[in-house]
Design a binder for this molecule. Sequence first.
Ligand code: GRF
Length: 226
Amino acid sequence: MTSGSSRKRIGVLISGRGSNLVALHEAAGGENCPYEIVLVVSNRPEAPGLTWAKEQGIAALALDHKLFRSREEFDDQIDRVMKASKVDIIACAGFMRLMTSGLIERWHNRMINIHPALLPLFKGLDTHARALKAGVKVAGCSVHAIRPEMDEGPILGQAVVRVLPNDTPGSLAARVLKAEHKLYPEVLRLFASDQIKIKGDRVSCIDGATEAEDGDVMYSPALGSH
Ligand code: GRF
């Protein structure tokens, strides 16, 4: 499971900056990582993350959603390119496009996402501003399997970040993003090696069931020693 062709093949969907893509890719280069990124697709041709992927020599493709007649046709094309690259798991990383239930069902429990909030709270956009407005004392991020409702689905892992008294949406987003860069590769590592499993809507984690702190951030599952 840990070397060569037995690694799980990951397709990453992005729309912009791609800092989570970078974190996933860096972790993939680590020793014994059970996954490799084989394709990056952006619905925005100008996405910096797409340029970065090309520079790394990763197969990278722009699929401009505006050139498709319908959401279904766009999603069918995503499905086709992922299958053509023999992708096992699709990881959304800042992919700002709602997907059809048809695509989501075809990739049931094989398509995951990171959201910058402690789900099920603060789904959707402007999460940090809404969290601060609500006066929460902790914020964070969640990796979850994708279901047809936006930001819904079994939660595979979360990181909890303290809210500071003078936080702005920007300062909070920056601290949460740092936690995202640690959480997402770790959850994908566990998921790709079947250490995180989804049964129905329940999630079990064989190895990393306990939560642990890393600096000021609490991760569950705990970060591995990789
Ligand atoms: C991240 O905060 C992610 O959680 C959210 O969109 C942002 C994408 O950032 N879904 P990046 O493109 O990975 O830098």
